[in-house]
Design a protein around this ligand. Structure first.
Ligand SMILES: [Zn+2]
Length: 480
């Protein structure tokens, strides 16, 4: 995600998966089949989901955990998806709530909705799932959308349908990674999966989606059928006034859907230029299509596998940088996963740094590498100076999203300090080792979730022994 903050300085685990250990190297992928219908007059979506989960660990599994991100929008949620700073903008019609209700889970011994904030669906299996075996569950659910311009919600012009379904928690060293929502950053950590989705809705909508899809229409309803392979999520944006502009980048089809854009050709060119540039610089783009959709959204943009949202409220001069940032996330999030709840700098710092590289390579979009770096340096120094006067600035980078004091601190640590870190790495090791290290990272971790140590090891393999520099930044020891 990219936030354009208007900075004003004045202004658990209740049901753990016992016995689950580190993910093994087995390649079987999770499979989702979702058949849903959206009812706009009720702001509701009902769906039947079949999910096949392979046991890729070394131990039997007795239960499965799913994230219920939609429950963060419910009344009384402890971890709201929108901060107080953004709430007045995002909740354009005043208070509004959403939720997800699990009607039934078949193929299981039972289920509970719990976790730290009613954010986890825990499914007890009928029998232990041994390594290399798979289990298929059927999950019936109903998701209610709040009137909110956010990742999931009904906006004034569009409906954002992302994280509307139970998402299997990613597998970590100590079992499933069960995370609460956070208004700081993107708390979503998911293993790659294969999806088929059938989404029925009234005729008249244009739908932006990731994956490959086709639309059919019958008796006043339209049904979108989507296949998306090796993705961390499926995402949809529905709108009655969305216009489409298409192009290609290399051999990849690119669609730009927009509500209002004085120069859509320029935006499309920024999309295709950034996709081509990052393919050349980091390694080939990993999905069959790329879609960017302009939508009702309070932040700059938001990334999904093969798709990005950009805010309809962006100033036109900010669009190329936001597009470049979100497109870079196709590498640093979509293809190469990381734990963005625990180590947000790993993908946000790299995405923002990649946007600086793009600015340097394409000055026609009105910026430069030096300007982007200078913005991060001055922003970070202002943050450090301000916070040092009060409680002492905590500049550690490896900490959970919920441990940041707010979006101002989060932005300066994960984005700005991240940009400075990658600039210093490049300055220290030189061009060849730096870009070889990043190419190693893409080649080794596409389709996986990489730790900070994995990233550092990729630079090491490129001949750059740079662990000390990373540590001095992430542990908050260096002076900038
Ligand atoms: Zn981002």
């Amino acid at each position: 995600m990219r936030k354009l903050l208007c900075i004003c300085l004045g202004a658990a685990l209740l049901f753990s998966a016992a016995g689950l250990s580190a993910c093994g190297g087995r390649n079987a992928r999770i499979r989702y089949d979702i058949r849903g219908e959206y009812f706009p007059e009720e702001n509701k979506l009902t769906a039947e989901m079949s999910v096949t989960v392979p046991n890729r660990t070394e131990e039997p599994m007795n239960s499965l955990s799913f994230e219920l991100w939609a429950n963060a929008y419910r009344e009384g949620a402890a971890y709201a998806p929108v901060s107080a700073l953004y709430a007045p903008t995002a909740y354009y019609a005043g208070k509004s709530y959403g939720k997800i209700e699990i009607a039934n889970v078949s193929g299981a011994a039972g289920f509970t909705v719990g976790g730290e904030d009613e954010n986890i669906l825990s499914v007890a299996l009928e029998k232990p799932l041994f390594p290399d075996e798979s289990v298929t569950l059927g999950i019936s659910f109903e998701t209610t959308l709040a009137k909110v311009e956010h990742r999931l919600g009904v906006g004034r012009n569009t409906v954002n349908l992302t994280q509307f379904y139970p998402v299997l928690c990613a597998c970590g060293e100590n079992g499933f990674r069960e995370y609460v929502y956070s208004s700081n950053g993107d708390p979503f950590v998911a293993d790659c999966a294969d999806y088929t989705v059938s989404l029925t809705l009234p005729a008249g909508y244009t739908v932006a989606h990731n994956g490959v899809g086709s639309m059919s229409e019958e008796e006043g309803k339209q049904t979108l059928s989507v296949t998306a392979e090796g993705v961390r999520d499926v995402a949809f944006v529905l709108g009655k006034d969305l216009k489409v502009l298409s192009g290609t980048a290399g051999g990849t089809e690119v669609d730009y859907l927009y509500l209002s854009d004085s120069s859509p050709e320029t935006t499309l060119k920024a999309i295709t230029d950034s996709l081509s540039y990052f393919s050349r610089t980091f390694g080939e783009y990993g999905y069959p299509r790329y879609t960017v959709v302009q939508t009702d959204f309070p932040y700059g943009g938001m990334e999904y596998s093969g798709m990005a949202l950009i805010s309809s409220a962006l100033h036109s001069s900010d669009v190329p940088a936001v597009v470049a940032h979100e497109t870079a996330h196709q590498w640093w999030y979509g293809m190469v996963g990381s734990d963005q709840f625990e180590n947000a700098w790993q993908d946000e710092g790299l995405a923002e740094y990649s946007a600086a590289l793009f600015a340097g390579a394409y000055p026609e979009y009105g910026s430069s590498y030096e300007e982007a770096l200078s913005r991060s340096e001055s922003g970070y120094r202002a943050f450090f100076s301000f916070r040092s006067q009060f409680d002492g600035a905590d500049t550690t980078m490896n900490r959970p999203l919920t441990a940041f004091a707010g979006e101002y601190e989060y932005r300066n640590i994960a984005y700005d300090k991240g940009v400075i870190l990658f600039d210093r790495v490049r300055q220290t090791v030189g061009e060849r080792k730096f870009f070889t290290g990043l190419k190693n990272y893409v080649a080794s971790y596409t389709g996986k979730i990489a730790s900070p140590a994995d990233l550092i090891a990729c630079f090491h393999r490129a001949g750059a022994n740079i662990e000390g520099l990373f540590d001095s930044f992430t542990e908050g020891k260096c002076v900038i």
